[in-house]
Write a protein that binds this ligand. Structure first.
Ligand code: SAH
Ligand code: SF4
Ligand code: F3S
Length: 466
């Protein structure tokens, strides 16, 4: 982290000392967005704020926004309406950051309709939050701290993690793929990877602190260090790491870490070395999240996904033949412009054939500035919804069958903590990311346990220690 920011943390901490100040943070996006919120929380707590869920008692409210679909944006405007009264009553500081702030039309809308905010900051200026806050505390009126360029990779930010068994670690920022429906490349900038030594250093510390499961994060994790390799940029190799496959192998050797997951890989970048690393590394979970988006080769082409239906299915087949017990989850968009009934049937066909553990389903949402938004053959809302429901029905029927197949099997489960809905029960996940609840002593928390699955429900299984 840059020294001046560390100094500003100290300055704000001095101003705030002894005041018993509180902050809330509203995290509205994906796991990278959550990871950013953990960093923001780390910074903010160093400045003597303690966390609260209660917006009314907060002295500082931070929104970490998402803009991947329209409903994510609507949530911000709804909440802003709610916090306005706190600003008026007690002068609560309102800061809005994250992906949505990289969209110019949104910042304009905020200034027009919600002018009471204090700070807006973007995805490349998160680390400057202490400096922005210091200026507000020194009576500056309003700050817009947004950069259009690709931010540098900033290391050494304090972090306050939400969990003490599972941790996520960002390995790369940005995206170069420009799928035609997607806003992410515009708001997160170009691909840039963290250095192997920084990533491994962070994971070794997590292992020392008792963390058991690591999720590697990036918009396109299996192209880790690709840009750097292609541009012949020199980077420091560390423990033999110069690609995603070698990174998996190096993390697999870290004592204390029991499980490694990663999201999201791109099917087009799934090279054999990565498939072999997944096979060889005993700690890497065999559930692969493999975003499909559409099963139709025509739609995939317009989406700029760079694979066909057959290539996707062949990749699944290759992984099934190489990695014992491999399972799959996916993301699917329904109602992309020009999607015909025949195209949609192809999506259903792939879902039938792959038989995913889990499908994250989305209705296509037009995003300003993306090619998809300019396409003329948009699909009417009622057709999108009708297709979404058909897909959902198919997925749920497959999951119901799958859940039954789990009953009677033995599963290795990482026990994560007490169940949120029932204090008497513990909860954990299988390798395939299925939630399992069980009755057991609390000292099992943080351990891997072999459980016999005794019953199934739509969204969780029940297990018993054997
Ligand atoms: N980089 C990741 C995740 C991107 S965002 C990946 O490529 O998989 C997460 C998911 O949101 C995407 O996989 C896609 O299914 C969905 N999504 C992205 N843009 C969307 C849009 N405009 N409308 C609906 N869903 C969208
Ligand atoms: Fe968006 Fe495609 Fe990049 Fe994923 S790979 S973030 S869907 S542009
Ligand atoms: Fe994530 Fe939403 Fe940004 S999905 S990358 S927080 S637009």
């Amino acid at each position: 982290m840059i020294t001046s920011q560390l100094e500003d943390i100290e300055k704000v901490a001095k101003i705030n000392e002894g005041k018993n100040l509180k902050y809330s943070i509203l995290t509205m996006g994906c796991q990278q967005n959550e990871n950013d919120s953990e960093k923001l929380s780390g910074i903010i707590e160093k400045m003597h704020y303690t966390k609260t869920e209660n917006l009314a008692e907060s002295d500082l409210i931070v929104f970490n926004t998402c803009c991947v679909r329209e409903n994510a944006e609507d949530r911000l405007f709804g909440k802003l309406g709610e916090v306005k009264k706190y600003k008026e009553e007690k002068g609560t500081i309102i800061a809005i950051g994250g992906c949505m702030m990289q969209e110019k039309h949104i910042v304009e809308k905020l200034k027009e309709s919600y002018p009471f905010f204090d700070i807006v900051f973007g995805t490349h200026t998160l680390h400057k939050f202490p400096t922005d806050l210091l200026e507000i505390l020194s009576n500056r009126k309003r700050i817009e701290d947004i950069l259009d360029i690709d931010g540098e990779v900033i290391e050494g930010l304090p972090i306050k993690r939400d969990d003490n068994i599972k941790a996520s670690v960002t390995i790369m920022n940005g995206c170069n793929n420009f799928c035609s429906y997607c806003i992410v490349p515009y708001v997160r900038g170009r691909e840039r990877s963290r250095l192997p030594k920084d990533i491994l250093g962070e994971i070794k510390c997590l292992a020392k602190d008792g963390y058991k499961e690591i999720t590697l994060l990036g918009q396109n994790v299996n192209s880790y260090l690709r840009v750097e390799r292609e541009k012949n940029k020199t980077f420091e190799e560390y423990e033999g790491v110069n690609s995603f496959a070698t990174l998996l192998r190096a993390i697999n050797k870290i004592d204390g870490i029991e499980r490694i997951r990663f999201i999201s890989p791109h099917p087009k970048d799934f090279t054999d070395d990565v498939i072999e690393a997944i096979r060889d590394c005993n700690k890497v979970c065999k559930l692969i999240h493999l975003p499909l988006q559409s099963g139709s080769t025509n739609v995939l082409k317009v989406m700029n996904r760079k694979y066909t239906k057959e290539q996707y299915l062949n990749l699944v087949e290759k992984m099934r033949n190489t990695i014992p017990n491999v399972t799959f989850s996916t993301d699917i968009i329904v109602g992309f412009p020009g999607e015909t009934e025949e195209d949609f049937a192809d999506t259903l066909d792939v879902v039938k054939k792959v038989n995913f553990e889990q499908v994250y389903m989305f209705i296509y949402s037009r995003r300003v500035g993306t090619p998809g938004d300019k396409m003329e053959n948009q699909i009417p809302e009622e057709i999108k919804h009708e297709r979404f429901n058909r897909l959902k029905e198919l997925v749920e029927s497959q999951i119901a069958v799958k859940n039954k197949e789990y009953v009677g099997t033995t599963q290795t489960v990482l026990i994560e903590g007490k169940s949120k809905t029932n204090e008497q029960m513990l909860t954990g996940r299988t390798d395939s990311n299925k939630v399992v609840v069980l009755e057991a002593q609390e000292d099992l928390i943080g351990k891997m346990a072999n459980l016999k699955i005794v019953s199934e429900h739509m969204w969780y299984l029940k297990g018993e220690v054997i």
